[in-house]
Design a protein around this ligand. Structure first.
Ligand SMILES: [Zn+2]
Length: 59
């Protein structure tokens, strides 16, 4: 882990998304996308909140 406090690593706008599918979560259906630029996975929850899973943290 090489995190730099105060400096955001993610500079990608995630404006090129590939739809992966959806998955039922605890609070509804989450929609999964993958950014075609940086490879991060973006999750859109039922209430409209975006979550980001950096490519380095994916399994
Ligand atoms: Zn991105």
């Amino acid at each position: 882990m090489m995190s730099e406090p105060g400096k955001k690593k993610s500079e990608c706008a995630h404006d090129k998304l590939e739809y992966l599918g959806d998955q039922k979560g605890e609070r509804g259906v989450n929609k999964y996308y993958r950014c075609m630029r940086c490879g991060s996975v973006l999750i859109l929850s039922e209430d409209g909140t975006w979550y980001e899973v950096p490519a380095s943290k994916q399994q």
